[in-house]
Design a protein around this ligand. Structure first.
Ligand code: PEP
Length: 259
């Protein structure tokens, strides 16, 4: 058993306006409370679209919820003429504590490189928030059998020059692209193979303390039916959940995997 606190993170993607976000958040809080959720056993994080964050903050503060919230992306710039972008300062001001970067949808639709993803992670860490660095291979890479090297390459390129202490503060999310939103989950053994290889690489690159501290999530059609098996794997410390996080009961059930 590790000292790492599991993290159940719900990526709402481009779903829910601010009223719907409030409704889901209140439903989630209620479902977790009804289940007697212990937040020390599993941290719960929601990652709404930017336009919902202020409303989420208001509900979290008004009801003193233990649910954390964060953002799906961030700019590498501080401020200025960057139309459409959102800075780390704007997010910290709203109480965000986590920011996702390098999600495969951003890599694919916005051509985000490992270097840009790494720069975003750096910006987020420097602003006092926790980066959730996403990585994962496409189906062709998996079929070619080079998925472990591919994923380690993404992580090493993004974190080039980082210290062991810095790496220990981030969360890595392994999300095989072929399993995202497809209903096709990697088997628990498939997920563990890559998450275990990531931890092993952290061990050889940064040492035991960092490898043992860094949380590694699995993402890709994670749902109540498979979360227990995924969480039983030695190197999986939580999940980044898309579809199933949009239903309060499903997501609460996933956060209660330990019960
Ligand atoms: C995701 O978007 O990160 C994700 C894993 O989505 P889904 O759970 O819907 O596959």
């Amino acid at each position: 058993m590790s000292n790492r606190t599991p993290l159940m993170a719900g990526n709402w993607k481009m779903n829910l306006d601010h009223l719907e976000a409030n409704h889901l958040l209140q439903g989630l809080a209620m479902a977790l409370s009804d289940a007697g959720h212990d937040y020390t056993e599993c941290e719960v994080l929601v990652i709404p679209p930017f336009t919902d964050i202020r409303s989420v903050q208001t509900v979290v503060e008004a009801d003193s919820l233990d649910i954390k919230y964060g953002a799906q992306d961030v700019s590498i710039h501080d401020n200025g003429a960057y139309t459409g972008e959102i800075s780390t300062a704007m997010l910290t001001k709203l109480g965000c504590t986590y920011v996702v970067m390098g999600h495969s949808e951003r890599r694919e639709y916005h051509n985000e490189s490992d270097e840009l993803v790494g720069a975003k992670a750096r910006k987020v860490l420097d602003a006092g928030m926790t980066p959730i660095l996403c990585c994962g291979e496409a189906l062709e890479v998996r079929k070619a059998g080079t998925h472990v090297d591919f994923v380690l390459g993404q992580i090493r390129a993004a974190l080039a020059g980082w210290s062991a202490e810095e790496v220990a503060k981030i969360v890595i999310a392994y999300e095989p692209i072929w399993a995202i939103g497809t209903g096709e989950t990697a088997t628990a053994a498939d997920a563990q193979e890559v998450c275990g290889a990531i931890r092993q690489a952290l061990r050889s690159d940064y040492g035991d303390a960092t490898a043992d501290a860094t949380r590694i999530l699995y993402g890709g059609s994670a749902k109540p039916a498979n979360i227990k098996e995924l969480m039983a794997q030695a190197d999986i410390d939580g999940a980044l959940v898309g579809g199933a996080s949009l239903k309060a009961d499903s997501f609460a059930q996933m956060a209660g995997f330990y019960a």
